[in-house]
Design a protein around this ligand. Structure first.
Ligand SMILES: Cc1ncc(COP(=O)(O)O)c(C=O)c1O
Length: 354
C-alpha cells in the first residue's frame, strides 16, 4: 500500500522550511523594505532588483491552462534535472535506500543517485527496448523508493508499453517517476491525466525539448498536491529566476507556434528515417517517438569522427548497453538535415572507393 508519509525521509518530514521575505508577505505593497534587495534598481531592466515569486504562480497558471492540471499539482525546477534531484532529496535516505533504473536510459537518474549516495539497481530494457517487469520485480525490497521510467526513452526514442507502466504503477508502493521529456513528439498519450488515479505517480516534463527553451532551464514535475507541498519545502527558496519566469510566460502565450514546430520536427524525423533506411551502411533505424533517431550503423565511431570533420556533431552511443554501433541523431533544421545526409553520402562513396 502506498503511504506518502512512510516514504518521505524523516528529516524532510520534520523540516521547518526556510521562510523567505516573500513567504512572510506575499501581497502587494507600495514600499518593499523587507528583503535586502537594492531599492535603487539594477544595471539591467529595473524589475530584476526584486526577488522572484518563490512559487511561480503566474507560470504555473499558464501551464495549468495548457495541460489541464491544477497549479497546485505543479512543481517547477531549474530544468527537469532539478526535479530529478529533488525526488532523491525528498524520498531517499543516503547510504540506505535504493532506486531502480532501466538502461539504456537518461544518465541523470544514476548520476543524481550517486551524488545523493543512493544505491542504483539496474533492470536493463529487453532487446525490444521495453521494460523487463519480471526483473524489476526481483529488485524491489523495502528500501526501494523510486522506479525511473523514461517514455519516450532517451537514447532509444521509443515509448514504453502503457500496460507495462500501469503494471508498475499498480504494484509498486514507492514512487513511479515517469520522465516525459519527449512526450510532445510521441504518438502515445501522456500519464498526466492519471495523477488522481495513482498517488505514487510523478510525471516529469520540460521546456527544453518541444518548447525550444533548453537555455532557460525550466522543468516541470506533476504530482499530488501533498507531494508538491513537500517539494516546495525542500527546494531553494527562489529556484526559478525572474528572467526565466518572464520569458516562460511569454512563450506559453505562443502554444500554437510550438504545435507547428512539433509537427515540422515529427515530419522531418520520419523523412530522415526513410533516408537513413535506404543507406547501405545503416543496419537499423529504431522507431522514434522523440525528436531524435537512434541509428545502428557500421563502424559507428568512425562515422561519428567523419561527421566531426564536416562540422557535424551527433551523439555516439556505441558504448551504451544494447546500443552497440549506434548514433543518436537529433532532428535538425531542413538545411542541417540535408548537410548531415550529404555528409553521410560522402562517407558511403569514400567507402565504396576504398
Ligand atoms: C529524458 C530526459 N529527461 C530530462 C532531461 C533534462 O531536461 P532539462 O533540460 O529539463 O533538465 C533530458 C535531456 O536531455 C532527457 O533526455
Amino acid at each position: 500500500m502506498f503511504d506518502l508519509n512512510n516514504l518521505i525521509r524523516k528529516n524532510i518530514k520534520n523540516l521547518a522550511p526556510y521562510s523567505s521575505a516573500r513567504d512572510e508577505y506575499s501581497g502587494e505593497a507600495k514600499v518593499y523594505l523587507d528583503a535586502n534587495e537594492n531599492s535603487l534598481g539594477s544595471p539591467l531592466v529595473r524589475w530584476y532588483n526584486r526577488y522572484p515569486d518563490p512559487y511561480q504562480w503566474k507560470v504555473k497558471e499558464a501551464v495549468s491552462a495548457i495541460k489541464n492540471i491544477s497549479p497546485r499539482n505543479i512543481f517547477l525546477g531549474n530544468g527537469s534535472d532539478e526535479c530529478i534531484d529533488i525526488l532523491y532529496r525528498t524520498f531517499c535516505n543516503p547510504g540506505q535506500d535504493n532506486v531502480i533504473i532501466c538502461p539504456p536510459t537518461y544518465g541523470m537518474y544514476e548520476v543524481s543517485a550517486n551524488i545523493n549516495d543512493i544505491e542504483v539497481r539496474v533492470a536493463p530494457l529487453l532487446n525490444d527496448f521495453q521494460l523487463n517487469l519480471a526483473h524489476i520485480e526481483t529488485l524491489i525490497d523495502e528500501h526501494t523508493k523510486i522506479i525511473w521510467i523514461c517514455s519516450p526513452n532517451n537514447p532509444t526514442g521509443n515509448s514504453l508499453n502503457r500496460n507495462d507502466i500501469e503494471t508498475v504503477l499498480n504494484n509498486f508502493s514507492g514512487i513511479v517517476a515517469i520522465d516525459e521529456a519527449y512526450i510532445n513528439f510521441s504518438r502515445q498519450k501522456s500519464f498526466l491525466q492519471e495523477l488522481n488515479e495513482y498517488p505514487n505517480l510523478v510525471v516529469l516534463q520540460t521546456f527544453s525539448k518541444a518548447w525550444g527553451l533548453a537555455g532557460l532551464r525550466l522543468g516541470m514535475a506533476f504530482a499530488s498536491e501533498e507531494m508538491i507541498r513537500i517539494f516546495n519545502k525542500v527546494k531553494p527558496p527562489y529556484n526559478i529566476n525572474q528572467a526565466t519566469q518572464d520569458l516562460a510566460l511569454k512563450a506559453l502565450q505562443e502554444n500554437g507556434q510550438v504545435v507547428d514546430m512539433i509537427k515540422e520536427i515529427v515530419a522531418m524525423r520520419e523523412a530522415l528515417k526513410e533516408v537513413f533506411e535506404r543507406m547501405p551502411v545503416v543496419e537499423k533505424v529504431y522507431p522514434s517517438d522523440a525528436n531524435f533517431l537512434l541509428v545502428k550503423i557500421n563502424d559507428a565511431h568512425k562515422v561519428y569522427e567523419f561527421l566531426l570533420t564536416k562540422g557535424i556533431v551527433v551523439r555516439d552511443r556505441s558504448r551504451v548497453l544494447l546500443c552497440e554501433n549506434c548514433l543518436r541523431i537529433t532532428v535538425g533544421t531542413e538545411q542541417e538535415n540535408t548537410e548531415l545526409v550529404d555528409a553521410l553520402g560522402e562517407w558511403i562513396s569514400q567507402l565504396a572507393q576504398s
